[in-house]
Design a binder for this molecule. Structure first.
Ligand code: ADP
Ligand code: 5SP
Length: 499
């Protein structure tokens, strides 16, 4: 029997899965690491933590594995997107990674529009200038830490840095490069024009490969530390959302994904590189060669729930916290939550907005709050579905993955708010499975990604929308949408009091 490993370098943890040739997950290991929030709007991580935790996790995985390690044919990656890792000439890390959910770069986004022009930026990158993307972070470091920036020889995205440490080879691949605002997405090459406009040496951008391409094998040192064979082939991998899509079988036109990790996304497959969404949703290269996807993002999706748990139910598990929320009626007894804990991306690209609970009263219990949090996150995701539907897409079925897909009541809430069938897969670890599919495809297990996805992606359950709930949620959604408008100015006033 042959095996592959999928590594999902998430925001909250690195999740490792070992899958065999029949698509069965044989072993799983997860190792978490912290976020560093030095100031309001800042979000960083230490790249060394990603490497250490992956090393520890792989050693544990190999230790639990009963077979022969030389039968593990390949490893590939799925990674949190957009994070900036800067390396010096000797490829040492220059500072903490600045992550996708860090919103310190509003001034740099404005600078990008002023210098490149909004239309031209959309022509080249297909995306607007958003705080979370990589180019604004590069410009922030250039402006605020010039001495450090002068030492930078190359930038890497999070999983590309991890792969570098495991192989000694520097690369990026199209699906993650698409989230930097430095890639010409349609033409699949770094934009010389954008690099020149910001006086960035193009060598700062790593060489690009396809997601399924083999970039080398493990270094002897890494193989020795984990117990893996130094012959194990390493494949480039993809952005977590591209891998989540592969791992959920989103490989043809008309298929849609909802993923609730730390962030939340609604993603739809695109065959073409020339659809015009005017920057309302992200438009990125897929991990499948020459394909694309469009995507709306809720910055604090799972994060809103984990924040709520940490602050108000520290000693409870997610299962305990959510136990009984199916008994709370639709609308959480008149309580509405907007999940803007870290600002928002879709449909409001707004780093200043913050979250609200509206309608609190003395009779509300923790269960009402927990249900309101789940509903608020789902309303935010529904805003992206509305954009897709308005553009003419027909969305009748959505595959739901990520930590959020562990809860049955939440999946029913998704079906009712989205007014679509929601499919739960046997494993909610879509991005890790997508990474494993890329490794299996790269290793030649089949001639198409689709064939491997058909084998690896297994449905567990389908949640049908309940008509009565759909109607109630339509009314609540319109109230939810009002909260942004009504709290925008209030939050601008409050922003000077923040840390
Ligand atoms: N049992 C559960 N029920 C509902 N949500 C859960 C459960 N366990 C985890 N989650 C949610 O999933 C999120 C983590 O999802 P995951 O896909 O692992 O994230 P990431 O890839 O960002 O590290 C948590 O923030 C939490 O909100
Ligand atoms: O910024 C985005 C997508 O544009 C996020 O989706 C990140 O890619 C992080 O993902 P998770 O850790 O939440 O899965």
């Amino acid at each position: 029997m042959k095996y592959v490993i999928g590594i999902d370098l998430g925001t909250s943890a690195v999740k490792l899965i070992l899958i065999n040739q029949t698509g069965t997950i044989v072993e799983e290991v997860s190792k978490s690491y912290p976020l560093i929030h030095e100031k309001s709007g800042y979000s960083e991580q230490e790249p060394e933590q990603w490497v250490e935790k992956t090393r520890e996790g792989l050693a544990e995985l190999v230790n639990k594995f009963n077979g022969n390690v030389t039968d593990i044919e390949g490893i590939s990656y799925s990674g949190q997107m957009h994070g900036l890792v800067l390396l010096d000439e000797s490829h040492s890390v220059l500072r903490n990674a600045i992550l996708w959910n860090d919103v310190r770069t509003t001034a740099q986004c404005k600078q990008i529009y002023d210098v490149v022009g909004k239309e031209r930026l959309l022509d080249i990158t297909k995306n607007p200038a958003l705080e979370g993307f990589t180019l604004p972070k590069i410009l922030w470091v250039k402006e605020n830490e010039p001495e450090l920036f002068a030492k930078a020889s190359v930038f890497l995205l999070p999983k590309d840095y991890l792969r570098y440490r495991m192989t000694g080879k520097i690369h990026s691949e199209y699906s993650d490069a698409a989230g930097t605002l430095l890639l010409n997405v349609g033409e699949k090459k770094w934009s010389t024009e954008i690099c020149q406009l910001f006086e960035l040496n193009e060598e700062l951008c790593p060489p690009l490969v396809e997601s399924h391409e083999c970039v080398g094998t493990l270094t002897d040192e890494f193989a020795h530390q984990t117990g893996l064979s130094p012959e194990t082939k390493v494949f480039a991998g993809g952005a977590d959302n591209a891998c989540g899509a592969i791992g959920a079988g989103i490989l043809t036109e008309g298929t849609t994904l909802c993923s609730v990790g730390t962030s939340g996304v609604v993603l739809s497959y695109e065959e073409r590189n020339d659809r015009d969404f005017a920057g309302k949703v992200h438009y990125f290269n897929h991990g499948k060669e020459n394909a694309f996807y469009t995507m709306g993002v809720t910055l604090a999706a799972g994060y809103s729930l984990s924040w709520f748990k940490e602050v108000f139910a520290e000693h409870e598990s997610f299962e305990q916290l959510l136990d009984g929320i199916d008994e709370v009626p639709v609308g959480a007894n008149g309580l509405l939550f907007t999940p803007y804990l870290a600002g928002e991306r879709t449909p409001h690209a707004d780093p200043t907005i913050r979250a609200s609970f509206i309608g609190m009263e003395g009779a509300h219990t923790k269960k009402d709050f927990a249900r309101a949090v789940l509903e608020g996150i789902t309303f935010s995701l529904h805003e992206s579905i509305e954009i897709f539907r308005e553009s003419g897409k027909v969305i009748e079925q959505i595959t739901s993955i990520g930590g959020g897909a562990k809860n049955e009541t939440w999946l029913q809430i998704q079906a009712d708010i989205f007014n679509a069938k929601v499919v739960k897969l046997q494993s909610e670890q879509g991005p890790g499975i997508g990474a494993a599919i890329l490794a299996a495809y790269g290793a030649g297990w089949s001639s198409t990604l689709q064939e491997i996805a058909d084998l690896f992606v297994q449905q567990a359950n389908v949640y049908e929308p309940i008509a009565e709930n759909v109607e109630k949620y339509k009314e609540l959604f319109s109230l939810y949408q009002d909260v942004y408008k009504q709290t925008k100015e209030l939050n601008e006033g409050l922003s000077k009091f923040r840390r």
